[in-house]
Design a protein around this ligand. Sequence first.
Ligand code: ADP
Ligand code: MG
Length: 334
Amino acid sequence: MAQNGNASELVVLKKVKKHYPVTGGVFRRQVGTVKAVDGVSLAIRRGETLGLVGESGCGKSTLGRVILRLERPTSGSILYDGRDILALSRDEMRPLRRKMQIIFQDPYSSLNPRQTVGRIISEGLVIHGVGTPEERMDRVRYLMNVVGLRPEHINRYPHEFSGGQRQRIGIARALALQPELIICDEPVSALDVSIQAQVINLLMDLQEEFQLTYLFVSHDLSVVRHISDRVAVMYLGRIVELADKKELYRNPLHPYTQALLEAAPLPDPDRKKERKGLTGDLPSPLNPPSGCHFHPRCPKAMEQCRKSVPVLKEKGDRHWVRCFLYGDEVDESL
Ligand code: ADP
Ligand code: MG
């Protein structure tokens, strides 16, 4: 039972920052700071898929690692099931670790090539001392079946599987300890387009079967479209827009979201003509632009966008946007 907060929210982030010092020179003095995550407030609801989208380098993986407490945030708070996980000791954290798992982008490098599939999938069970060796292998066979792998391949090695099958191994490994939350960090980005839909459909089936909550990270808005209930758009460490999926794709408010959508492949050839997409590269998070980080690339930038940061504000039904086009309020916390 949640100690505080809203019971429908499994994870609540409040003003979470993760800044990395950057050192240089022979004395390794700090010469700057990468603000990988810069004041993110966000809730992940029980049983939902929250899509998290933004260009590579905008802080998505860092945010995922911070939620899993693989890294401590520089500041801010994180509630899991109502509990402040930053206040928990290593021992207190252990039972929570089982409930939060991650699936990585690259099924090639995230699986140990020298271990059999059985060993890889059962690793968490061994670490947490679950079951006898026979019971663990029974569970591995069951999980292989669940993710669409053949249980008789339990003694094979990762290289004997295709890319899509390897991602299924990663998914089975994440499921082994019956988690509640899975951070899917670009789980299909390394796969052929033809395989992507299969893996996404599998994740959706598993979510229903095991009542999972997903944070689904991608650099591509079209990838999260099918699976997400809500979508958050991130730019250089900050959430710039958040809305229910239908609303976001039908009525994108932030010029960055609009540009991402225009850059995405469109099934409708008539709309191709209007495509503008994004101009310029993602600026370095080491020296991000002042004010709204997006202003140098924004076709609608105004004077105030250079000077101050707009607040993330609810504009319409559960639709949040951080942009001066929709109000003058300044975010003083950044
Ligand atoms: P994304 O997953 O959206 O591609 P990341 O979270 O991996 O982005 O990285 C965000 C920014 O933080 C990048 O500029 C990256 O170089 C920087 N970064 C990530 N991890 C570290 C680290 N351990 N030390 C220093 N900088 C880091
Ligand atoms: Mg990443």
